[in-house]
Design a protein around this ligand. Structure first.
Ligand code: A2P
Length: 342
């Protein structure tokens, strides 16, 4: 059985990665369509090493001929087109935050809550979680299953590609500009990002947290366990690809670092590199292009009962976005789930 797939936002950073991932993983494709805004009609995007796709307009596209649409064009486009596309019977897997907390939309990380996918049928929409949440819950799941995590404190160090291709261009241009004494004018970020860090991702909320920090809290509850209490502090750093997280946990059961290390080693989608020596840990430039979440610096937190600290790094465009979306599509295929006209 083969499938007709559309990638919405195919000219963007995540959209391009979706095409690459579909090709690399030999997704059972019949036809593949690359969609973007009207201004991109006729542009070309690569599909795999040797195929080129001509970009078509989302606005004029007939989704009746498509089984699954992978959306990565932001919340406004998802809000406008997601429900219309879902009604045609085409299953939308959306990478934006638009539907994540909708009770009728499953929020899926295949290694963590694959069975929740069955509830997509009311709207034919499935949400892909926030990039920082995905790598966190993949790491938490094996620990939670064994030691019952009660509280998480997480500080993120997030790459600019999480804010899209123009944000990557801004870091590149500002960095070059420093060497020719060109004053950086922030456009995609609120402050200069080159040679700087910015403790602000997404908009501010009334309680002082940013929406990114809120997303990590509520999405972790929805995906993993509503009883987990989480507080996040999210920071943008001048890294092109690869989000890093310093994670501090408290568990209900007595924690054993050796057991945690073994559980993480055995878990799908995780690589542990933790040598407690120079170079014995992983940094974001090393994970660009990798599928797994990398975990290092695992140690006991002596300041609380049953506390654990670790460092977690993942490619935000792959597992944090495109790969997880494609894995959700693969889950639909493996369960033989199909959309029906609503
Ligand atoms: P386009 O290049 O035609 O503007 P990124 O997050 O990397 O900036 O990518 C955003 C993606 O969303 C791009 O592929 C962009 O296409 C697409 N997009 C933006 N606005 C629209 C729209 N009105 N209709 C369809 N796709 C859109």
């Amino acid at each position: 059985m083969t499938y007709n797939i559309a990638v919405v936002g195919a000219t963007g950073a995540v959209g391009r990665e979706m095409l690459q991932t579909l090709s690399e993983r030999n997704f059972p494709l019949n036809n593949i369509y690359a969609l973007a805004s009207k201004s991109s009609i006729g542009r070309e995007v690569s599909f795999g090493d040797d195929k080129i796709l001509k970009v078509l307009s989302l606005e004029d596209f007939d989704f009746e001929k498509v089984d699954i649409a992978l959306f990565s064009a932001g919340s406004d486009i998802a809000k406008k087109y997601g429900p219309i596309v879902g009604k045609t019977g085409c299953i939308v897997i959306d990478n934006s935050s638009c539907f994540r907390m909708d009770d009728e939309v499953p929020l899926i990380v295949p290694e963590v809550n694959p069975d929740a996918i069955n509830s997509f049928k009311k709207r034919n929409i499935i949400a892909n979680p926030n990039c920082s949440t995905i790598q966190l819950v993949v790491a938490l799941k094996p620990i939670h299953d064994h030691f019952k995590v009660s509280r998480v404190v997480v500080s993120t160090y997030q790459a600019v590609s999480g804010a899209g291709k123009p944000a990557m261009d801004e870091l590149f241009n500002q960095t070059k500009g420093v060497f020719v004494h060109d004053q950086a004018t922030p456009e995609q970020f609120t402050k200069k990002i080159a040679f700087n860090v910015i403790p602000h991702i997404d908009t501010f909320m009334d309680d002082g947290f940013t929406k990114e920090e809120w997303k990590m809290r509520v999405e972790t509850k929805k995906i993993l366990d509503n009883n987990i209490n989480l507080v996040a502090h999210c920071v943008r750093v001048p890294v092109f690809i690869g989000h890093s997280e310093a994670v501090f946990l408290e568990c209900e059961k007595d924690i054993s670092v050796t057991k945690v290390r073994n559980l993480l080693r055995d878990a799908d989608g995780i690589t542990v590199i933790d040598h407690r020596a120079d170079e014995g840990y992983v940094t974001p430039v090393e994970v660009a292009g990798e599928d797994d979440i990398y975990i290092s610096r695992i140690r006991k937190d002596p300041s609380v009962k049953n506390g654990l600290v670790f460092w977690c790094v993942g490619d935000n465009l792959r597992k944090g976005a495109a790969l997880n979306t494609v894995q959700i599509a693969e889950l639909l295929v493996s369960k033989n789930l199909k959309g029906i006209k609503i």
